[in-house]
Design a protein around this ligand. Structure first.
Ligand SMILES: *Cc1c(COP(=O)(O)O)cnc(C)c1O
Length: 427
């Protein structure tokens, strides 16, 4: 495959955009080479500027769970655009999507819409602090909750890829209020709680981590966090920006059967437009402005175009719960195929999977950030570029989960497995 136009476009972009990209992980720094530029996409296929067709395994990092340019979403956006794209005044649509989200997700009464997952997590922590009157939070190494200051402490994916787990520009004052524990290590969490008595407002976690590859919570881990939170008056925040409306209608809470106090959303909830949200019961949400003193706002929050896209997406997922089964079956099929191919290749590897999230790590097992970091990055790089040549677009970093979309056909999956076989035999 040729990437002539993409390379030229990247060179142009670098002149006027830092690193040529508007989000670091797009830059291919972790895998080398220059990024491809997308011209258009339909279903599971990306078409780049050099007219290569690629099978997409990132789905815009999650949102395009039903495939690109999904008809009901496109139609909703087109129709909505004709009537104006932003007012800064309430619309009926905001209540409609809020009602639907509250109905789909366990344990929430009210939801506030924002413009990104970053905003959602940042606001959720502010709300937790305002509600509890406490200042510290516990997060887990390798979990990503967006790029707000409090979270850029061992933050996974992009931040790890670029070797700046503690980004310059984050003050010591901010960093000291973020306590770190290894994922899946309940004892470490209990130690932190003991060492900071009465000071912890919230524990924030990806209930299934998707930003150090896909990492599953060990049995009992989330339940243990729930128990510790209840015991010590700490709020449990599930960052479901990735897992919400992806692992099940009600996200990881539904699939794993553990309830959070505050849940954050992004990605799928916007149907491909910039949307984030955070939600909780009425009592907690009553602390949020204008009902309560915890301030949070947004000129474009609840934007009609974004709400129309999100509504069309959630409606589909709500009315077709078979989608989650179909996604799970496709991902299991891919898992099985890759398992055979990787076994035959003689490489050291492990595959982590749940629902429509899957990742291949070139190391024995991955259950937290430290074990994920042991993956052989040279092998991953060659695997990534080999797959790209075969027309398969994987996330350009070993620290990212693959996100399947329901437009993938079994022929696409077979192509992917065969490509992996070819590539791995050549390594
Ligand atoms: C993507 C992501 C975020 C950040 O969302 P943005 O919309 O990129 O700001 C937060 N948390 C998790 C778990 C994510 O995957």
């Amino acid at each position: 495959m040729l990437y002539k136009r993409s390379s030229a476009l990247f060179a142009e972009a670098e002149k006027v955009i830092p690193g040529g990209v508007n989000s670091p992980v797009r830059a291919f720094k972790a895998v080398g080479g220059t990024p491809i530029f997308v011209k258009k996409a339909k279903g599971t296929y990306l078409y780049d500027e050099d007219d290569n067709r690629l099978i997409d395994y990132i789905a815009s990092w999650g949102p395009m769970i039903l495939g690109h340019a999904y008809e009901p979403v496109v139609k909703a956006v087109k129709e909505r655009a004709e009537s104006g794209t932003s007012f800064g005044i309430p619309t009926a649509l905001e209540t409609e999507i809020a009602k639907l989200a509250v109905q789909m997700v366990p344990g929430i009464d009210k939801i506030r819409f924002v413009n990104s997952g970053t905003e959602a997590c940042m606001s959720a922590v502010r709300l937790a602090r305002g509600y509890t009157g406490k200042e510290k939070i516990i997060k887990f190494s390798g979990c990503y909750h967006g790029h707000s200051d409090a979270f850029l402490i061992q933050a996974g994916s992009g931040a790890v890829t670029f070797g700046s787990p503690n980004s310059p520009g984050v003050t010591k004052g901010t960093a000291k209020d973020t306590l770190l524990a290894p994922y899946n290590d309940l004892d470490a969490v209990k130690e932190l709680i003991k060492a900071n008595p009465g000071e912890i407002a919230a524990i924030i976690i990806e209930p299934v981590a998707g930003n150090m590859g896909c990492v599953l919570p060990n049995p009992g881990f989330l339940e243990g966090l729930r128990e510790a939170c209840d015991l010590h008056g700490i709020l449990l925040i599930f960052d479901e920006v990735m897992t919400g409306f992806r692992l099940a209608r009600g996200g990881a809470q539904e699939l794993l059967g553990v309830k959070a106090d505050i849940v954050t959303f992004g990605k799928v909830i916007g149907g491909g437009l910039p949307v984030g949200a955070f939600a909780a019961n009425s009592e907690i949400m009553s602390h949020l402005a204008p009902d309560g003193p915890v301030y949070q706002a947004g000129t474009l929050s609840g934007n009609p175009l974004a709400m129309a896209a999100g509504m069309a997406m959630l409606k589909e997922l709500n009315e077709r719960p078979d989608v989650f089964k179909s996604l799970e079956e496709k991902t299991a099929y891919l898992h099985k195929g890759l398992l055979k191919v990787l076994n035959d290749s003689g490489k050291v590897f492990c595959i982590n999977r749940i629902g429509s999230m899957i990742s291949v790590h070139f190391t024995e097992e991955v259950f937290d950030f430290e074990s994920a970091a042991k993956g052989n990055n040279e092998t991953f790089k060659m695997f990534f570029h080999g797959m790209l040549k075969e027309g398969v677009y994987l996330p350009p970093s070993a620290f990212e989960s693959w996100f399947l979309n329901d437009a993938l056909s079994y022929e696409d999956l077979d192509h992917t497995i065969n490509a992996a076989n070819k590539v791995l035999r050549g390594l």
